[in-house]
Design a protein around this ligand. Structure first.
Ligand code: GDP
Length: 371
């Protein structure tokens, strides 16, 4: 693109660019050429083009400071905040400081992707667990709800809650990347047949990023905000294809392992759990159904990992892209989940000590078992 002649998207105001696909204002070089040759006055970036023509919302990347400045602006407004969290990846998707950013505005906390959890997980228990977690993180919502944006589960109830608490205010949908904001917005749009004109996008003042405004019946707006990638999400280490392989898309079928002790479970090339006690035990693994789980003797585990990472143990497929593994040691005093952010969890019985490994930067935590 000719730098002397900066062009801007008429949809979101981003400066148009042809080099970085995932960044704001991207437009393929060819499309831009055609635009210019046809003397077209209204140039749209790819994101706005798809939004206008296909109601398809694409994510763009932004860094922490941009995200936080967007959140901060919400505290200046009189609005209702809907904070989406991925119930499968609570730690990876919760925003602990959110209360500070939204000021006095009310917040509805939404646990999305409930369809991923096995049917055997009691939903009332799950809600209580979610409530406790949120409380521990200092969140203070006016309401909490479990939904599946993809399967439309409980969306009517969510809409009722939104209507109950918003008065005639605007509604902000916030959350980290991949929690399902766009899916939710699209589901709401398709449920509300009288929302026809999904064109309006406008910029967050002071940032390069657009927000997507969907007009509600009374003239207020439903506003989809861009998300942020938490630093410890697996998304930092995996490419799109690999990320897709580790992210479950259907109900997880728990896998039970009877272990002799002094054994190791590898979860693809991304995690390793060593059972370091010389006693019989069991473990239940909750990860994507198609992900490889490989059992070895503890004494052979180092050698096996060295020889087979990014080969039998995949994804990842390229050993170069993986940072070194980091070890966490836990002793479960009660039945507990060893949670590997973004990947899933392994339930272990009380009294068991394990060493857990994941790529440096990916958080591993121990929590009271959900199930
Ligand atoms: P955003 O980055 O917050 O806008 O998230 P997206 O709406 O793009 O969703 C990220 C991924 O999660 C996509 O692969 C969606 O299909 C998936 N997803 C969103 N909502 C749900 C849900 O309720 N259940 C399941 N299983 N997947 C979901």
């Amino acid at each position: 693109m000719d730098n002397n002649q900066d062009l801007y998207c008429v949809g979101c105001g981003s400066k148009l660019q042809t080099t970085e696909k995932t960044k704001a204002g991207y437009l393929p070089e060819n499309t831009l050429k055609k635009y210019i040759e046809s003397d077209e006055q209204e140039l749209y970036c790819q994101r706005c083009f798809r939004l206008r023509n296909y109601n398809d919302i694409m994510d763009v990347e932004l860094d922490d400071s941009e995200f936080l400045s967007i959140l901060n602006k919400i505290s200046d407004e009189d609005a209702l905040v809907v904070n989406l969290i991925d119930i499968f990846d609570y730690n990876g998707s919760v925003i602990p400081g959110i209360q500070r950013f939204i000021g006095n505005n009310k917040m509805i906390l939404v646990a999305n992707k409930e369809d991923l959890l096995p049917k055997s997980v009691n939903r009332d228990k799950l809600k209580r667990w979610f409530h406790r977690q949120a409380q521990n993180d200092g969140l203070n919502p006016v309401a909490e709800i479990l939904i599946s944006a993809k399967k439309n589960t409980n969306l009517d109830d969510l809409l009722s809650l939104i209507n109950k608490y918003r008065g005639n205010k605007d509604v902000y949908i916030v959350g980290t990347t991949n929690v399902g904001k766009s899916t939710l917005v699209n589901s709401i749009i398709s449920m509300s047949s009288n929302i026809k004109n999904l064109v309006t996008t406008s910029r967050f003042p002071g940032t390069t990023l657009d927000r997507i405004e969907i007009p509600l019946d009374d003239g207020a707006m439903l506003i989809d905000t861009p998300g942020i990638i938490h630093n410890y999400q697996l998304a930092h280490f995996l490419n799109k294809k690999e990320l897709k392989e580790v992210t479950p898309s259907t109900e997880i079928k728990p896998k039970v392992y009877q272990l002799r002790g002094l054994q190791t479970l590898f979860i693809a090339g991304l995690a390793r759990i060593d059972f370091i006690d010389d006693i019989k035990t069991s473990a239940i693994v909750y990860v994507d159904n198609n992900l490889l789980i490989h059992r070895t003797k503890l004494e052979n585990a180092d050698e096996f990992y060295k020889n087979h990472k990014a080969d039998i143990l995949n994804p990842p497929y390229d050993p170069q892209t993986l940072p070194e593994m980091q070890m966490f040691k836990f002793k479960a005093t009660e039945k507990s989940d060893v949670v590997i952010a973004g990947l899933g969890w392994i339930t272990i019985p009380a009294g068991i000590t394990i060493k857990a490994y994941a790529p440096k930067g990916v958080e591993i935590t121990l929590r009271k078992a959900i199930v």
